[in-house]
Write a protein that binds this ligand. Structure first.
Ligand SMILES: Nc1nc2c(c(=O)[nH]1)N[C@H]1C(S)=C(S)[C@@H](COP(=O)(O)O)O[C@H]1N2
Ligand SMILES: [Mo]
Length: 321
């Protein structure tokens, strides 16, 4: 998503060859350490990722899980990533994030809130039963996946902290540690990565405070130890490795909107009728699907319109893209 760099070409146009190359290297390395696991039958453990071994997260089923979807393979979810703190190629995060120290970890809740407090990751994990939620996931670069996330509604945490009535937005700030994320300095981004939601969006039950995927703690490249997932919005709204949740009165500055506001709006609801200035959003490429099934239509609100469209009643979604 960088501006004026060759890497800004939509990934849908450049990835197949690159990813294939990366994956071959990855598989060769992984074969040496033979990390086969049971979940998908084809899961390989990246040598670097072994440092932060995945831990099982017992889950309960959730009525908010999207029925009828086949999850994308674990291997694709964990080797085809956007996490610019670890590099801009899709294969960089899985190669570079393995040594990120994700424990101990604290999340500070601050701003316009009656009970500002700092949660340890253990406290956060235990706050509510962990649910498995299969969601569609749609990147602004016109690729998509289906991911069996593990977490609970962000609203549970928000209620616990009691925001003041003056709090109209929630800002998420993510880890800013160039020592652990040396690739940060290679891109011209104003770190830390910042994202935000309107309060009603943050309180919507689909908005997931996310601790895992495929029944285990998040791999570092997917935003360990805790991230946000907002399934009806483009992927960049789903901030990874968050350390701060701030309640604010005004729409907070957000990373991609700051970088190029004409390309990445604050709302960023998935919308086939609003093209990115440099590519169409009418269709998307389903990562990992057979080649003849990869192109599929983009769904308004990524398929969650029944549940979320009312949040935007009366708003011009072409203007508020
Ligand atoms: N901290 C941080 N969070 C981030 C990003 C990032 O670069 N840094 N990239 C975003 C983008 S553009 C996408 S598409 C998703 C990708 O999540 P995934 O790699 O787990 O699929 O993470 C989002 N969250
Ligand atoms: Mo993205």
């Amino acid at each position: 998503m960088l501006i004026r760099k060759p890497s800004m070409i939509p990934s849908s146009e450049i990835t197949p060859k690159e990813v294939y190359g990366n994956r071959r290297k990855f598989m060769a390395a992984a074969a040496a350490t033979a990390g086969l696991a049971a979940l998908t039958g084809e899961r390989l453990v990246h040598p670097a990722v072994e440092v932060a071994a995945a831990t099982k997260l017992p889950t309960v089923k959730s009525p908010l899980s999207t029925a009828g979807l086949t999850p994308t393979a674990y291997k694709d979810i964990t080797t085809y990533n956007n996490f610019y703190e670890f590099g801009t190629d899709k294969g960089d995060p899985s190669r570079n994030a393995g040594h990120l120290q994700t424990y101990p970890w604290n999340v500070k809740v601050e701003g316009l809130v009656a009970k500002p407090q700092t949660f340890s990751i253990d406290e956060l994990v235990k706050l509510r039963p962990q649910e498995e939620r299969v969601y569609r996931f749609r990147c602004v670069e016109a690729w998509s996946m289906v991911i069996p996330w593990v977490g609970y509604s962000l609203s549970a945490l928000i209620q616990q902290c009691q925001p003041l009535s003056s709090a109209r937005y929630v800002q998420f700030l993510t880890l800013d540690d160039p020592r652990q994320m040396p690739e940060m300095s290679q891109v011209n981004i104003n770190w830390p990565y910042s994202e935000g939601l309107r309060m009603d969006e943050a309180m919507h039950p689909l908005t997931l405070l996310t601790f895992g995927l495929y029944g285990e703690t998040l791999p570092n490249q997917d935003g360990a130890p805790v991230r946000i997932v907002v399934p009806w919005k483009y992927g960049f709204k789903s901030a990874k490795s968050i350390v701060k949740i701030r309640f604010v009165a005004k729409q907070p500055p957000t990373t991609w909107n700051e970088m190029a506001s004409n390309e990445y709006g604050f709302y960023s609801n998935v919308n086939p009728d609003v093209d990115h200035p440099r590519w169409s959003q009418k269709t998307e490429r389903a990562i990992g699907a057979p080649i003849w099934k990869q192109r599929q239509p983009t769904l308004p609100f990524n398929g969650y319109g029944d549940q979320v469209a009312s949040l935007y009643a009366g708003m011009d979604l072409k203007k508020n893209y």
